[in-house]
Design a protein around this ligand. Sequence first.
Ligand SMILES: Nc1ncnc2c1ncn2[C@@H]1O[C@H](COP(=O)(O)OP(=O)(O)OP(=O)(O)O)[C@@H](O)[C@H]1O
Ligand SMILES: [Mg+2]
Length: 255
Amino acid sequence: MAEADKPAGCDCAAAQPPARRWPGLFITLEGGEGHGKTTQGRLLAERLRGRGYEVVLTREPGGTPGAEALRQLILFNQAPLSVRAQVMAHMAARADHLDNLILPALARGAVVVCDRFHDSTESYQGHGVAGGDEGILDFIQKQRSLLGHEPDVTFLLEVDEAETMRRLRLRAAERAAVRAGMKADRYERCDHDFHQRVEQGFKAIAARDHTRVVRVDATPAPEEVCAVLLGTLQGDGLLPQPGQLPCGTGKAAQP
Ligand SMILES: Nc1ncnc2c1ncn2[C@@H]1O[C@H](COP(=O)(O)OP(=O)(O)OP(=O)(O)O)[C@@H](O)[C@H]1O
Ligand SMILES: [Mg+2]
């Protein structure tokens, strides 16, 4: 459509499905501790599988045997690690995760739902650990662009502090009942100010990269939040219509 033919206020480009770098769809879930990433990852995977898509649900740091081994080192080893070493360890785990799981899945047309990715490195190590130090943020950006493969869409789950604390207390009680003595990881042990910086980090990323990052109020019940995620995927043309599955198993889709 010629520029002059466009109706006022019409963003015609937005109505087109985005250009694809791979046959599949790469979704990441981001946000602070207890905001519901794992809950939404499971629900979203279940809903999409119910519609006939092949879904690979995975997490970071980890997702492959090599990256899970690095996860233990990153999160649970007691040895201090400099912030640059932490960033590179996360990136090493991510490289293995991309090469051995995410990219093959995207190439065969699967929907990959990944619990944390690049944005968590920037928020946790860049803003949380390094306090927003420009040199470290630049170091992270360089590593990030070196590794590449940004997600097609990122859902940033947002919950206020009081609700976050309520959820974390609840989860701690659940965990204590299941597995006594489960240790807090390297970042869960950090103080309130650290987590405030992480929140600011996520907000800064969302402001900078607003075409990729969709901020979602994750306060409502899990099913309601998941409906927003699904609605966004459909509304933005990221998911094909049920019954037309360029990515997926080709099994009968449910409405
Ligand atoms: N929408 C929701 N409403 C109420 N409680 C929720 C909601 N989503 C998740 N929860 C509960 O909050 C707790 C934390 O959720 P979840 O583990 O999914 O968060 P997370 O973002 O994955 O946390 P982490 O970053 O620590 O892995 C769990 O006990 C979960 O059952
Ligand atoms: Mg989780």
